[in-house]
Design a protein around this ligand. Structure first.
Ligand code: FEO
Length: 395
């Protein structure tokens, strides 16, 4: 069923309550997601984006219930990724000549994925499309937010910014508007989405936000491609993005470890204790990465000023759970954060050295060479681990 966004603009997307992993298995979606598509019915009828491929048939059937498909004058493909373009092949079977407005890079991605020579109309920032009734669509390229092909589309008069992935969340909801959902869930999912998807593009995002703000467009609604439509104070999420894009951190230190026989776990607990003793105001969180959701822990790293990573030594190196997690930290290009390492060993003891190399490579500033412990920590060593936690808190 379509849902009213404003005047002649309706949401015609798909709510995916069941989704638990996105981007293959790379991103956990505890609250599902939505694939938002919008139908504008002015003198011209325009479809903005579609939905993920498994829902293509259902999407096109529903759409045909709302409008005769051959009455769609234009399609706007803000982004070629399959969660938004996946229903195009099914839709274009019905209306093969309908023009698709998108960036030059989107033509590459759409052709590369679907091998179809559709009627592409390449647009650049500032290009306009008259849709009648005194309204226009204005296109704004958003390269690398988060793909080279991404763009946003602004609808004049109704003042709606169709922002695609930007400002979205993986959050299934029947009430499409931001003021009608659980606010804590909404902000948590918005931050998780930013930390896990957009953080590598901070610098580009800062410039793009300045550019969009300098255009002086009135924005009454931000209609994203995932999660809610921001109609209540839509600039609140733009303001959040401005903060998050500036090497965001809170007064938090996060201890992340994996362990074989609980030795490194005990160190993690003692280090966390020391941090708390030295600075009662700092938020301390501890995660066993092998038992935790990596994307949630990434969000905690995003909020942290310091990440403390621990692994025992195994085969002259570290546990693979930790190696995979540090790789993810590197991909997300965190800046302006400190780090420290720790771990137990029985024989050769390379884990802290390996962790230090990986953390430096991931862009973290090391506090020192780390805290190593031979076999299990006795009372004296546990006290030293507490002292090490204090040192981290004071760093
Ligand atoms: Fe929601 Fe980049 O696709």
């Amino acid at each position: 069923m379509k849902k009213l966004v404003k005047n002649n603009v309706h949401w015609v997307g798909k709510v995916d309550w069941e989704l638990r992993k996105f981007h293959g298995d790379e991103y956990s979606t505890h609250n599902g997601s939505t694939y938002n598509s919008y139908l504008i019915q002015e003198e011209k009828n325009v479809l903005i984006d579609t939905v993920w491929m498994p829902f293509a048939k259902q999407f096109v059937d529903n759409l045909a219930g709302e409008i005769e498909l051959d009455k769609i004058d234009y399609i706007v493909a803000n982004h070629g990724e399959v969660d938004h373009s996946g229903a195009l092949p099914e839709l274009m079977k019905h209306i093969p000549d309908t023009p698709i407005y998108c960036t030059a890079n989107a033509v590459k991605s759409l052709k590369g994925q679907y091998h179809q020579d559709w009627n592409f109309r390449v647009v650049k920032t500032g290009d306009k499309l008259d849709i009648g009734n005194g309204k226009e669509l204005i296109f704004v390229e958003m390269p690398l937010l988060h793909w080279p092909d991404s763009m946003a589309t602004y609808m004049t008069n109704d003042n709606i910014l169709f922002s695609n992935d930007a400002f979205g969340q993986h959050y299934a909801t029947e009430s499409i508007f931001n003021d009608l959902v659980d606010q804590d869930d909404l902000m948590k999912e918005s931050m998780k989405y930013y930390a896990n998807i957009l953080n590598p593009f901070n610098q580009i995002l800062r410039k793009k936000l300045e550019e969009v703000i300098s255009l002086g467009l009135t924005i009454d609604i931000i209609a994203t491609s995932h999660g809610v439509v921001w109609r209540d104070n839509p600039m609140q999420i733009v303001e959040k993005y401005s903060k998050w894009a500036n090497n965001y951190q809170e007064n938090q230190i996060t201890v992340i470890y994996d362990t074989m026989w609980n030795g490194t776990r005990r160190l993690a607990e003692r280090i966390a204790e020391g941090i708390g003793l030295a600075d009662p105001d700092v938020v301390v969180k501890v995660f066993n990465i092998a038992k935790s959701d990596e994307n949630d822990v990434i969000t905690e790293v995003f909020k942290s000023k310091t990440a403390v990573l621990g692994s025992p030594t195994i085969n002259n190196s570290i546990l693979h759970s930790m190696a995979g997690f540090v790789h993810l930290m590197k991909e997300l290009k965190f800046k302006n954060k400190k780090a420290a390492s720790f771990g137990c060993y029985g024989w050769s003891g390379e884990s802290t050295k390996v962790l230090n190399g990986l953390l430096q490579d991931a862009g973290f500033e090391l506090i020192d060479e780390g805290f190593k412990n031979l076999w299990n920590a006795d009372k004296e060593q546990q006290l030293k681990a507490i002292e090490y936690g204090k040192k981290i808190a004071m760093a």
